[in-house]
Ligand binder design. Sequence first.
Ligand code: ADP
Ligand code: MG
Length: 317
Amino acid sequence: ATPAATMVGTTIGAQNGVLFKGGDILERAKDVDTVVFDKTGTLTEGEMELTDVVVFDGDGQPVTDGGDPAADGGQLSARDRLSEDDVLRLAANAESGSEHPLARAIVEGAEDRGLDVTGPEDFENVPGHGIRATVGGSEVLVGNRKLLRDNDIDPTPAAETMERLENEGKTAMLIAVDGELVGVVADADTVKETAKDAVNALQERNVDVMMITGDNERTARAVAKQVGIDPANVRAEVLPEDKSDAVESIQAEGRQAMMVGDGVNDAPALAVAHVGTAIGSGTDVAIEAADVTLMRDDPLDVVKAIRISDATLQKIK
Ligand code: ADP
Ligand code: MG
């Protein structure tokens, strides 16, 4: 492209809230044949809300009546009588050590119910899996199936509950206290209003649309379905450090991939992608690693970025 055409394209982009970091990027964007979206904060709002608390009794059976909070005074020895509030209070106190959006939703949900959240005595992050904390002298684990299995706790009694919540597109987390499964909490996120239209518009341009996430397979597929992404194009349970490898393996098939993401986790993947696109409200690390920034946080601007590149380069041919 001539410098003049590139400047026009870059300016049109900027006027539309699509910031290209340079003329070479503007030229590259038109060749994108695959767009890989991060899920949380990119296709979804990234604002989690606590939606469910399920209590399991001593035999690992879900308790439907929620138990009687007054009966046990929160004592863990009365495991079969832990109430919904007890379970939520333990999870929230444990999670108050974490900055993760999943954790913040649990803490806020507990506070909204008037529960006391004072924090853990001890706290440890288990990246991609959950957290481990000490609350009231007990060891509390909150996280996914892998977290429990790695701690020799069988998550299968919660299988049905987990699957039901995940099929609704929620992120369900297991809670174990002193080595025993005591409950499940779930957080839900909302899909961005224009996510489906963006996916649709890309597919109409014959661009393959994929999704990549650290979240579990079932939740990921439920969200993919809501926005029109083929379940076969979903890469779930990808650990933070493996996201860039996933993008590289997609590109190893000869594809020109655009990665779209918002998180610190996404930065390496944004850097290796043919075009890395960051959500403007995302973390600075992601914006720095990216080639394009979408100032309006609107998935439809992904289509706009490709269109502007296309139009700019066609004119000067
Ligand atoms: P993402 O940011 O893509 O949602 P993460 O890699 O941060 O994924 O987390 C992957 C999974 O690990 C989550 O879906 C959840 O099951 C579990 N997890 C991570 N952090 C926490 C946490 N603070 N509390 C409970 N579970 C967590
Ligand atoms: Mg994200």
